[in-house]
Write a protein that binds this ligand. Structure first.
Ligand SMILES: Cc1cc2nc3c(=O)[nH]c(=O)nc-3n(C[C@H](O)[C@H](O)[C@H](O)COP(=O)(O)OP(=O)(O)OC[C@H]3O[C@@H](n4cnc5c(N)ncnc54)[C@H](O)[C@@H]3O)c2cc1C
Length: 330
């Protein structure tokens, strides 16, 4: 147990969690950031050398400039940037420590972790969405050659790789795999490559499909994965697709076990995306004293909040927390 009671514990050392912690600290409050993995763990897990869609100034936190010689930052630039911000602000970090529960109430919480307990007046939940892949729910989905996280193509040269999905991540993975010598088959549930794929990636993918370098099956349902094949039903009937490796890039979802069972956050069940209920002016959830920030605020709608817009939750939360002692003494 940390001896003194902190003003706030931030769960999640992603870009938004870091933004919250530095805004809270700048208001003279005590804070610790806790993460089950590395600093900016989600970005650590993104593809090697992945290029952000956003320009650098839209990823900045705490007013720190994100200088770039080129137009769009890569994963490695962002990792370097957020590490420098955390170090410059001397943010107290507890990494590789997972939050497992929360007892108590506003002003008097105990955050339970895999390494102990932390007493805090308030808690900020900034746990993102990247830890729980949407399940495939078919036989063979748990085989060791099925992966929900794409890193880089080099292990797959001269191999048959099936990529499932037709959004940005699957489009980029299919293109990078085929350019590094893999034989790529794209399996898509819908009738086409998603219109939401970025305008500079979509035509590239469509042209690779048109010229036959990538084989694509649309309106196609996955039935099973075996050690050597992916079994599908296409509009023309069943097919057995050779697969040495499978990337099921079908999206991710927030960790509802954490949000509901461990943190007891009430959800908005009238919203199909099941986001946590929160006050939009302060980001305080329906569990008083617990605030939500960043992507987690959108529930299953994981593209509702991202770094560009989610980073602004930090000021709202820090302002609300800074007003609390005044309220308590009033
Ligand atoms: C390939 C890709 C490209 C993207 N490009 C862009 C872009 O160009 N621009 C943009 O704005 N957004 C982009 N996004 C989205 C953006 O990265 C996310 O919206 C962003 O990471 C959200 O930040 P966050 O701080 O809310 O959550 P995250 O960055 O996901 O951070 C959450 C943190 O919480 C930690 N955590 C989770 N559970 C626990 C627990 N129980 N205990 C302790 N810690 C826990 C995780 O380890 C993680 O470090 C992209 C996403 C992907 C996948």
């Amino acid at each position: 147990m940390t001896p003194e009671k902190l003003d706030a514990v931030v769960i999640g050392a992603g870009p938004v969690g870091l933004a919250c912690a530095l805004e809270i600290q700048r208001r003279g409050l005590t804070v610790t950031v806790i993460d089950k993995g590395a600093l900016v763990n989600s970005i650590v897990g993104y593809p090697t050398n992945m290029e952000f869609f956003s320009t650098p100034e839209l990823l900045e936190i705490g007013g720190y400039p994100f200088p770039m010689a080129s137009y769009k930052p890569h994963r490695e630039d962002a990792l370097d940037y957020y590490q420098r911000v955390a170090a410059s602000e001397k943010l107290p970090l507890r990494l590789y420590e997972r939050v497992t529960g929360l007892r108590g109430q506003a002003g008097n919480f105990v955050v339970e972790t895999t390494k102990g307990e932390i007493a805090a007046r308030a808690v900020v939940v900034a746990t993102g969405f990247f830890d729980v892949p949407n399940p495939l729910a078919i036989p063979g989905a748990d085989l060791p050659h099925v992966n929900h996280y794409y890193k880089e193509p080099y292990a797959h040269a001269s191999q048959d790789v099936v990529v499932v999905g037709a959004k940005n991540s699957s489009a980029k993975a299919a293109l990078s795999l085929v350019r590094s010598g893999a034989r790529v088959t794209l399996v898509v549930r819908g009738p086409e490559v998603s219109e939401s794929v970025k305008y500079w990636i979509r035509p590239d993918l469509l042209n690779r499909i048109k010229e036959g370098r990538i084989t694509a099956y649309f309106n196609t349902v996955l039935n099973a994965i075996t050690p050597t094949t992916v079994e599908v039903t296409t509009p023309e009937g069943p097919r057995s697709l050779r697969a040495d490796y499978v990337y099921a890039l079908t999206g991710y979802r927030p960790d509802y076990t954490l949000l509901v069972d461990m943190l007891a956050l009430p959800l908005d069940e009238n919203d199909l995306a099941r986001p946590p209920i929160f006050d939009v002016t302060t980001h305080e959830s329906a569990r008083p004293g617990v605030y939500v920030a960043g992507t987690v605020c959108g529930g299953l709608a994981t593209s509702r909040w991202f770094i560009e817009n989610g980073r602004h939750h930090a000021q709202l939360i820090a302002q609300a927390l800074a007003l609390q002692p005044a309220k308590a003494n009033a």
